[in-house]
Ligand binder design. Structure first.
Ligand code: SF4
Ligand SMILES: [Zn+2]
Length: 136
């Protein structure tokens, strides 16, 4: 199931937010007048797939506050560059999404089991201290 079909309004909104940020970045930095260039298209698909598999589900924190960081290092760096550029511009171009994103950035990360953290492909780090039982 695509994250766009998720029953969670938050997940659908988060997906729209990252897509909007990548779009702002691609148009301004890569000169793409419409849609996304191949590089940004790949990044967009990757970010959507991470969201679909996010072990926090509908309770996910913003990725920047995540104790797992399931992104591959190169992808994480790409998204960091996108967010650094597009973040301040979102208020003008997508104000509603920007305001929700800022509000959600204040939410602390919920606890997560070690198993779920490993299944996400990230390092359990803080999750390990939050749930020593490691149960689902
Ligand atoms: S595990 Fe963390 S970094 Fe990965 S999608 Fe979920 S919140 Fe974002
Ligand atoms: Zn691009």
């Amino acid at each position: 199931m695509s994250v766009f079909d998720s029953p969670s309004r938050r997940l659908r909104r988060e997906c729209r937010t990252i897509q909007a940020m990548i779009s702002v970045y691609c148009r301004d930095r890569h000169g793409t007048p419409r849609g996304l260039c191949p590089e940004c298209s790949e990044l967009s698909e990757y970010a959507s797939s991470r969201l679909e598999r996010c072990p926090f589900g509908a309770e996910k924190p913003t990725c920047v506050n995540c104790p797992i960081h399931c992104y591959q290092p190169a992808r994480r760096e790409q998204v960091r560059l996108v967010m650094r550029y597009a973040g301040p511009r979102m208020l003008w171009r997508h104000p509603i999404l920007a305001i929700f994103h800022m509000m959600e950035g204040r939410r602390p990360s919920p606890p997560l089991s070690n198993r779920k953290a490993r299944a996400a492909g990230g390092s359990p780090r803080e999750a390990a201290t939050e749930d020593p039982g490691g149960d689902l």
